[in-house]
Design a binder for this molecule. Structure first.
Ligand code: 13P
Ligand code: SF4
Length: 339
């Protein structure tokens, strides 16, 4: 007589059925928040031998608690080199995914799995695949703000701090597709003189800045310099004294003798600017509407409470198939080698 599937499984695993049953039951996670939140996060960090990586757009309490705060390139470099057993990523989904791709065997925790990115959301893999198929002779250089599936369909990944350097290493006669940020793409096109074909995507935060309000602010503060992230639209970038990634903006305000700045990026970075360039003044570049649209709603989904709970519950974690991990790793490794 054929052995039933369940009894075969029982024999192979020697696990009582009642236990298998509990394994497939949805796990109940703790929702209790301790009063000494910060202390508990640090205790869990030690217990798990975890490293906490945070982007500059995270709330200031998270930045202050993190082992390392950086831009996308620095965070992926840290993720690639860490000796910690667990990576706790305080940033958005594509950043935590990159950390997982570089550390397939380590748990990578993200406090809120729904912390996405408008650039990534605006570039669905099936449409990106069609875009590539329509231009088979083009090399696909893709901004790191995209999903693992889109990374796997790309030739080389870049960030705002190495895009120019990477594009300059590509032979002049090689046509390029640049995705998904049309503003960063147009900026790099201008800097390198390369006629790249651009995906039509943008960041909901960086496209919100108002030129009208910028002019008003400059009239009010004629001594303030505009510094901007290359995800901003061209009409803002043309007025900027300095353009760079979040880390480059931070270094600029630290090293210049200038004292007052209008900051054309997500305002979370001002926390590090105020800490390391003390005494200088930082004014937020306002959005056209009277809203807090210069805050990234995705980044701000992560809170101290969710950071504690993800470490306590070891959940949520970034999960991907081995095949996707493998395919997405190659273009990221090319980026790390070229930058
Ligand atoms: P950086 O790589 O400059 O930190 O940029 C990431 C990002 O998402 C900016 O919106
Ligand atoms: Fe994405 Fe814009 Fe938020 Fe950066 S600021 S994570 S590009 S939505």
């Amino acid at each position: 007589m054929r052995e039933s599937y369940s009894s075969c499984l029982f024999r192979k695993t020697s696990v009582p059925f009642v236990m298998i049953d509990t394994l497939v039951q949805p796990k109940t996670f703790s929702k209790t928040i301790p009063a000494n939140l910060e202390e508990e996060i640090l205790r869990l960090k030690k217990e798990l031998n975890a490293v906490i990586l945070a982007h500059y757009y995270q709330e200031s309490e998270i930045q202050d608690l993190a082992d390392f705060v950086g831009d996308s390139l620095e965070l992926s470099r840290k993720a690639a080199s860490t000796t910690a057993d667990v990576i706790v990523f305080c940033g958005v989904h594509f950043m935590a995914e990159t950390a997982k791709i570089l550390n397939p065997h380590k748990p990578v925790l993200l406090p809120d799995l729904l912390a996405g990115c408008s650039l990534s959301d605006g570039c669905p893999p099936h449409l990106f695949k069609k875009f590539r198929e329509g231009h088979p002779d083009h090399l696909a250089i893709t901004y790191i703000n995209c999903s693992a599936e889109v990374k796997a369909l790309s030739d080389i990944i870049c960030t705002s701090s190495n895009a120019e350097k990477i594009v300059n290493q590509i032979p002049k006669d090689q046509p390029i597709l640049f995705s998904p940020d049309k503003n960063l793409g147009a900026y790099i096109r201008k800097k390198t003189g390369r006629n790249m074909l651009l995906w039509n995507g943008s960041c909901i935060v960086h496209e919100t800045f108002s030129e009208r309000k910028l002019i008003g602010l400059q009239l009010e503060h004629p001594d303030a310099e505009l510094i901007a992230h290359p995800e901003c639209e061209e009409h803002i970038l043309t007025k900027a004294k300095f353009i760079g990634s979040t880390s480059a903006l931070l270094k600029y305000v630290q090293n210049t003798t200038h004292n007052k700045f209008i900051v054309g990026t997500e305002f979370g970075i001002v926390h590090q600017m105020e800490k390391s360039a003390t005494g200088k003044t930082f004014l937020p570049l306002p959005p056209e509407a009277n809203c807090a649209c210069n805050e990234c709603p995705h980044m701000k989904r992560n809170t101290m409470e969710k950071l504690y709970l993800c470490m306590k519950n070891m959940n949520p974690q970034i999960e991907m198939s081995a095949d996707l991990l493998e395919r997405a790793r190659k273009p990221i490794e090319r980026m790390l080698a070229m930058s």
